[in-house]
Design a protein around this ligand. Sequence first.
Ligand SMILES: Cc1cc2nc3c(=O)[nH]c(=O)nc-3n(C[C@H](O)[C@H](O)[C@H](O)COP(=O)(O)OP(=O)(O)OC[C@H]3O[C@@H](n4cnc5c(N)ncnc54)[C@H](O)[C@@H]3O)c2cc1C
Length: 428
Amino acid sequence: MPDPAVLFTDRSGFPPDGPPRAVVRARTVADVQRTLAEAGRTGTPVVTRGAGTGLAGGAVTGRGAIVLDVSGLDRILGIDPVDGIARVEPGVITADLDRAAAEHGLMYAPDPGSVAISTVGGNIATNAGGLRGAKYGVTRDSVLALDVVLADGTLLHLGHDTVKGVVGLDLVGLVVGSEGTLAVVVGATLRLLPRPARVATAVAYFASVTAAADASIALSAAGLRPAVLELVDGRTLAAIDDLRGTGHAGRGAALLLVQTDGYGAGEEIEAVAAVLARTALTVETTLDPATAAALSAARRDALPAIEAKGRVLIEDIAVPRSRLAEAIDGVHAIAAATGTDVFVFAHAGDGNLHPIILVDTEAAAQQAADDIFALALALGGTVSAEHGVGLLKRAWLERELGADALALQRRIKQLFDPAGILNPGKAL
Ligand SMILES: Cc1cc2nc3c(=O)[nH]c(=O)nc-3n(C[C@H](O)[C@H](O)[C@H](O)COP(=O)(O)OP(=O)(O)OC[C@H]3O[C@@H](n4cnc5c(N)ncnc54)[C@H](O)[C@@H]3O)c2cc1C
């Protein structure tokens, strides 16, 4: 059995404020119900966790809490190719579900960078995004119905097992992204899509990060909607070169990775390449999966390459797509002003930037993070696009939501969880 202390934190690096009272490794829905009924009776906080890959501190334990590990509820209960749905338990690893769907010619679209290590339940609780989000949206767009256990141990089925259904309020929408504060997800009915017949890839290098961001905006303006549209800045390219011995930084100051999919993928990628070629230094396209994997390696290597340089703060803001270039310029200006090393890669199709701050001094890194959050709000964006609020971004909630909307959300939390035992002090 692994060291239980790994169950007390997540990948945010945020330390627990003390040891939990107990760890429950649930194997059945009844285990979850019994745990919550007992916690409700004794007023004990419950911190639910999947794989603990969260980056916002959502699964970090509080002193005296019960850690409720649901990663052992890990069965794919069924895949129905005709209805285009999967029924799963929350501990299923996301990539395993996509692999199982592939056996039926189907795809589970949400593909966070952590697809091979995070759980479907954790993805639902954080409303995780992914590389294919540019075309297929975020986890919310793939969730039709949920089985949840409420704070008093009651088991409820929310939503519809059909692709359409409007009866009742959208409680599934409330639970998705609620970071374990409203209910524990113990089952899900998920939408599957036909697996694309073809995937085409383009990689372009640019003379500046602004030119790359502008090119990503030009793709939208041209009416193109790639499945994947990722940007990597020059500092990150140099870090990848340091890690892998590659020569990206010598080819340009920023890179765009674009993928189109479906029967017309080849035709669409040529249209993409024509737009990129207007401003790019070089553009390369391929339909060959092995060449595509080689071309996309830089994007996959981005985070590990930066992490190899030292301790990092992984940020996650989003701005309207049209303001992506302004946001990236703003982040670089903040790095200069705070004397911090900040690397940027972005899900450009969603206007979602990951500024990664290398922590030299704690104070400078925190100042840079705060300035980046303020920049996101000033550009009409959000302080968290996909990682969640957890512990790390609570101080920014009221500034983003406004006092009245935040108070309404806290009243909703009270309705679900009157005793306030579900992940207290997180997200809301
Ligand atoms: C290398 C790396 C890459 C990443 N890339 C991305 C990315 O591209 N996009 C993205 O969105 N995120 C990304 N993440 C962040 C993280 O993987 C996601 O937030 C993921 O959804 C967390 O899943 P998990 O199973 O690890 O959940 P955990 O970290 O265990 O929990 C996350 C939150 O969900 C709650 N929770 C977990 N399971 C349940 C449940 N069954 N019921 C109720 N609440 C629950 C927890 O209380 C906590 O608040 C990345 C992380 C890493 C380390």
